[in-house]
Write a protein that binds this ligand. Sequence first.
Ligand SMILES: NC(=O)c1ccc[n+]([C@@H]2O[C@H](COP(=O)([O-])OP(=O)(O)OC[C@H]3O[C@@H](n4cnc5c(N)ncnc54)[C@H](O)[C@@H]3O)[C@@H](O)[C@H]2O)c1
Length: 362
Amino acid sequence: MSTIGVGIIGCGGFALQNHLPGLELCADTRLVGLCDNSAEVLEKAVQQTGATVHTTDYNELVQRDDIHAVIIATPNFTHAPMAIAAMQNGKHVLCEKPLGMDQAETLDLLRCARENDVRHMTAFTYRFVPAMRYMKHLVDTGGIGQPFHIRTCRLQDWGDRNIGWRQLKKMAGSGELGDMLSHRLDYAHFLIGDMKRITADTRRFIDDRQGLKSDLEDWVTVMAEFENNATGVLESSKLATGRGEGARSQDYCEINGSDASMVFQLENPNRFQIARKGQAGLETIDVPNEYLTWPGSTRDPSQGDPGIAFRWDQDFEFIDAIRNQRECEPSFLQGARVQTVMDLALKAAAEKAWFDIDYPEG
Ligand SMILES: NC(=O)c1ccc[n+]([C@@H]2O[C@H](COP(=O)([O-])OP(=O)(O)OC[C@H]3O[C@@H](n4cnc5c(N)ncnc54)[C@H](O)[C@@H]3O)[C@@H](O)[C@H]2O)c1
């Protein structure tokens, strides 16, 4: 395969903004086709990209010989059928999070990827944040001593507006848990390691979002104990009045270790704050140059909005893994591990209990 042909399924929301510049970073890679079941969205995307192949039926896209890899950026309930159709046609798949509707579905996806020997990746975008990667380096090399706590807080103000498929269990699987907390669960795994046991709570304050009934939570908190005895408190809400939305709203992670604390906010993805033992307060440090881009990525970190640009490295990782016939990071396994915690979080919230975690085999 000299040129890697890519198809994108789902051209709404952030899909093109995130993936087009990402694909441009990859040598000998071409966006071949687009699919969206909204003719209007598709037409706009075709005009934006100039892609010559376009269809409202994803089955047509995944059967093409000139498409070797697909990016799936559609509502959650469609991820599994689309990814399975693509993989059974020998296509490599980068699929949005949450990977599936429940753990069983994500394990089916992992099995299908392995049976068809294709590359598989879950879009846990925060792993690509430069500060996250440097914070992980410090944790792994003893830079903060023994990790005691991880605390994450994602606060947005979505008010009572209609959020379409995101407020419907049959289309989204879960609410704020899958939408926002899934990223935090993944980077808690990435930064701290496996969880031993968890409990959780969820709440829906708004039952009707401007004419559409909602049957999903708009607030969630997971409390975790990790295998290394660290504790985690991960909270996420769509109802933090006045906090705004997106990359500029509250997106915070703090890790406290025996020798140092680190405080990260997404509004500054290339720096974070650190307080070492005995030090009076937090100081801001820049992420060293070698952590500003993903290994091998040709992205110029001085270009683009830093809050957006790190996301482009995700596509680089996907294509590089295809090119070098190696596992993607993060793969469907990470998607299935997060889904395992999510399923248990919903059970814990319903039963007001703690549960031990039994992660799927690697
Ligand atoms: N990794 C991240 O940071 C990140 C950010 C935003 C969204 N997401 C995820 O991306 C996915 C999409 O979210 P979004 O905000 O872009 O949603 P969206 O509703 O804005 O866009 C989804 C698009 O998929 C299309 N679609 C729906 N069903 C389809 C079908 N059967 N065939 C073809 N197209 C279909 C819709 O017409 C729409 O254009 C979700 O799983 C979401 O969780 C991830």
